[in-house]
Each structure stands twice: as C-alpha cells, then as structure tokens.
Design a protein around this ligand. Structure first.
Ligand SMILES: [Zn+2]
Length: 222
C-alpha cells in the first residue's frame, strides 16, 4: 500500500513512460497499449552455458531490445519495475516459485558500476524479489574486468573472456549452501556470462541454480 502511494506521488513529478517506446503512460500500466499488444503469448526457455535453465518473456528484438537498451544506457531505471511484472509472470510459469530460496543477480565490475551508477540486473532482481516475496542478496562479485561479450567474435574468445571473472562473496558462502537460487540478468546473449555466474555459485554452494532474464537472444547458439 505504502509503495503504491509513493508510486502515485512520484508520477506527478516524473511521468511514467512506456519502457519500450518512451510514450507517456498511466502510473499503473506496464506498457502503452500498442507495445503491450506485441507481447508474446508464451515465454521461452533457453540454457546458459553449462545447461542451466533460463526463462525469458521476450526475445532480444524490436521494441523489447529498445526497452532493454533504454534501461541500460539511458538511465530509465523506472523500467525495471515494469519489466519485473512480466518477469514475475514468466518465472511463475517456468518454475515452482515455492522452491526458490534466494534471488541474486549478475554483478558488474566496480569500475563499470561507478560509470553507470546502477546495475540494471540488480534493479530487476530486487523488483522481482519484492513481487515474489523472496529474499534478494548480492552473492557474487566480478573481480575481472572483461570486454563486452558482443565484441568477442568467436565462441572461444567469449568463453575465455568471461572465465573466472566472478567470485562468491566470502560472507555469503554459509547462506547459499544447498538452496535453490534464481539468478537474474537483463539479457542472455551468448549464455557464457550467465553460465559462468551459475557455475561459480554452484561450485561453492552445491545449490540448484536457475535463471531468468527479460530478453534472450534468439540466435543464442550460433
Ligand atoms: Zn510503448
């Protein structure tokens, strides 16, 4: 209730925008009618490297790719709440949410975080966790700075670029043992980044790791 009041209050000063086309929308809508009509009827289930399940409501194309880019590069962080509504629906269809103990996210390197000022994966994870009433924790750090995955041409380059880039936060180690953990990111492109995060968590915790992203690239395995 309190949250809803804050949202209405906020919309007086910062009009709500459609995350996909940037048109003004009412505060309680998650997209304009035109963009909403383009939402796919079903989600897709893909696999991060290592075979970890990853559900996504959208493919990375058209208005959905635009929406992700806006959130990532144009500071449209309020989109996260709207994406989280769609992500929640997808996660509820793809998994048994009662089995999920913890939600976490793909971290950024400290230097990249300082440049952008926020981590879109963290915003999504927090908003999703609030909706699902599941705790959300930062469990991983990115200690190796990497090239953006799309700049790596070959599959081997992509694998080597991200290998060993993540570590489990020391004080979180006891909290993640033997759980079911959902890892959130904005987009899965090559599946190497998500796979590396999952593997790092799994090795350290012996947990079951599943994933969710807003978008999945439709040529993920090429
Ligand atoms: Zn729109």
């Amino acid at each position: 209730m309190r949250y809803k009041v804050i949202k209405i209050f906020r919309s007086f000063f910062f009009p709500e925008r459609c995350p996909y086309c940037y048109k003004r929308i009412e505060y309680n809508k998650i997209a304009c009618d035109e963009c909403h009509s383009q939402f796919p009827e079903t989600y897709s289930m893909n696999y991060a490297k290592g075979g970890y399940q990853c559900c996504s409501p959208f493919f990375y194309q058209g208005i959905f790719a635009e929406g992700i880019k806006r959130m990532k590069f144009h500071q449209l962080t309020q989109s996260s709440e709207k994406f989280a509504v769609v992500l929640e629906d997808c996660v509820r269809k793809a998994y048994n949410v009662d089995e999920i103990d913890l939600i976490t996210f793909v971290p950024m390197h400290d230097k990249d975080y300082a440049d952008r000022g926020y981590n879109q994966a963290q915003l999504l994870a927090k908003d999703l966790a609030r909706r699902l009433k599941i705790p959300c924790k930062k469990t991983l750090i990115k200690h190796k700075r990497t090239e953006p995955q799309h700049k790596c041409i070959s599959s081997v380059e992509r694998r080597d670029n991200i290998k060993g880039a993540y570590k489990v936060i020391e004080k979180q180690k006891p909290n993640i043992k033997g759980k079911t953990i959902l890892v959130v990111d904005d987009i899965m492109t090559t599946g190497y980044t998500m796979g590396e995060c999952c593997k790092t968590l799994e090795k350290c915790s012996n947990s079951r790791i599943i994933c969710a992203t807003v978008c999945a690239k439709n040529d993920i395995y090429t």
